[in-house]
Design a protein around this ligand. Structure first.
Ligand code: CA
Length: 221
C-alpha cells in the first residue's frame, strides 16, 4: 500500500517515512503543497498523510483541490494541538481522519490501516479468502490454520490483491501500489513475486487474466 506523506518539517517527515516503511507501507515524501498537487495529479496513492501548514500551498488547499476533482483517496491530516479549527475545516473539506501533533507513529499506521480498510469496504481487520487469512496489522498470513512464511513484498502484493478481491489489477496498478519512487523496480520483479506466492499458497490462488493483469481466484462456493 502506497502512502504519500506531505510534511515540510524535516525531522517529522523523516520520522514518518521511516516509521511507515517499518510498518510495511511504500512511502513517498514531499515537502510542499504544490509538489503534492503535482504528484497527486500524476499518480495514484492508497492514502495521503497531509500536514496543514505547508509552504507554497497549504494542506487545506491541497485537500480542496483533491476533492474538487472527485478523487476519493483517503486523507489523514496532521494538525497542531492549538489549531483545532483547522481540524474541523479539514474534516469538512473531505479529510477522512486526523492526528494531532506530536503524534505516535504506531497510531498513524493503525489509522491508515483503518482508512484503507474502509476505502475497500472491509469491516473486519483481517482479510479472508478461502483458507487464507491475512492480518495487516501483524503482517502475518495463515493458510488452513498454518502460518505461511512470506517476504515483505510477497505480503504486500497479497494484501493488495486481497483488498481488491474480485477485481483485475493491471501490472502497472500493482506496481504503483507496491513501489515508491525510491524503489528500483526490476522489469520482471512483479512476476517473480506472483510466482513465489503461487508456490506458497497454491497455484490456483492468483489468476492471470491475459492482457489485463492479475486477480485472486473466486472464493470457493
Ligand atoms: Ca508544517
Amino acid at each position: 500500500m502506497r502512502i504519500l506523506v506531505v510534511e515540510d518539517d524535516r525531522l517529522l517527515g523523516d520520522g514518518l517515512k521511516a516509521g511507515l516503511l517499518q510498518a510495511g507501507f511504500a512511502v513517498d515524501w514531499l515537502r510542499d503543497g504544490e509538489a503534492a498537487v503535482a504528484a497527486l495529479g500524476a499518480e495514484r496513492f492508497d492514502a495521503v498523510v497531509l500536514d496543514l501548514g505547508l509552504p507554497r500551498r497549504d494542506g487545506l488547499s491541497v485537500l480542496q483541490w483533491l476533492r474538487a476533482r472527485s478523487d476519493a483517496t483517503p486523507v489523514l491530516i496532521l494538525t497542531a494541538r492549538d489549531q483545532m479549527s483547522d481540524k474541523v475545516r479539514g474534516l469538512d473539506l473531505g479529510a477522512d481522519d486526523y492526528v494531532l501533533k506530536p503524534f505516535d507513529l504506531d497510531e498513524i499506521a493503525a489509522r491508515l490501516r483503518a482508512l484503507l480498510r474502509r476505502a475497500h469496504g472491509q469491516a473486519s481487520p483481517c482479510l479472508t479468502l478461502n483458507e487464507i487469512v491475512l492480518d495487516p496489522a501483524g503482517r502475518t498470513v495463515m493458510r488452513a490454520g498454518q502460518p505461511v512464511d512470506l517476504t515483505s513484498r510477497e505480503f504486500d502484493l497479497l494484501h493488495v490483491l486481497m483488498l481488491n478481491a474480485g477485481r483485475v489489477l493491471s501490472r502497472r496498478a500493482l506496481e504503483e501500489k507496491l513501489y515508491s519512487w525510491d524503489d528500483a523496480v526490476g522489469s520482471n520483479a512483479l512476476e517473480v513475486h506472483i510466482h513465489h506466492l503461487r508456490k506458497k499458497l497454491g497455484n490456483d490462488t492468483i489468476r492471470t487474466v491475459r492482457g489485463a493483469g492479475y486477480t485472486l481466484s473466486d472464493p470457493a462456493p
